[in-house]
Design a protein around this ligand. Structure first.
Ligand SMILES: [Fe+2]
Length: 169
């Protein structure tokens, strides 16, 4: 049986994504070792965790207008809607064996998904954060320049309109 434990090699570098992946893999591990009588419940919790992880990623993709959103969403939908929801129904009907077979394929699927599509998404998120910081710094610089110009103009106005008999003239 292939298992998958969290290691630093699976880190994508975005803390929220890494935390979500850690929780997901922990739940996957629980499903892999669950005894027969707990399997259906554990599988249900795993699917909930996967749904949450996928939703978070898809929200991020929309927020940053990610160009790879369609391919990434399709992969999510294929494993979740196309496979796991269908298998979950079979398990609920008592076919635990088919559920176990499916769950045993997930470590490999997640390893590939996290090290390819999720890593690419994380790169885009980090790039987006960097660009936002730089845009904000540029904006602050422009604001500072604007304040300086206003200050210089104000000083000039004060100098031009200073009464002749004011102190220091
Ligand atoms: Fe993903």
């Amino acid at each position: 049986m292939q298992t998958i434990a969290w290691t630093q090699e699976l880190a994508v570098g975005v803390p929220a994504m890494d935390e979500s992946h850690k929780a997901l893999l922990k739940q996957l591990e629980e499903a892999l070792i669950a005894p027969e009588e707990d399997f259906a419940q554990t599988l249900s919790l795993l699917i909930t965790q996967i749904e949450s992880d996928f939703r978070e990623e898809e929200n991020v993709m929309e927020a940053i207008d990610y160009p790879g959103i369609q391919v990434h969403q399709e992969q999510h939908a294929r494993i979740l809607g196309g496979a796991l929801h269908h298998i979950s129904s079979r398990v609920m009907e008592g076919d635990v064996a088919v559920g176990r077979e499916a769950v045993e394929l997930l470590p490999r699927w997640f390893q590939v998904h996290m090290t390819t599509l999720d890593t690419a998404l994380a790169f885009a998120v980090l790039l987006n954060e960097k660009e936002s910081r730089e845009a904000s710094a540029d904006c602050s610089a422009a604001e500072f320049e604007g304040v300086q110009q206003w200050r210089d103009a104000s000083l000039q106005e004060v100098v031009m309109h200073r009464p002749r008999n004011s102190p220091g003239t």
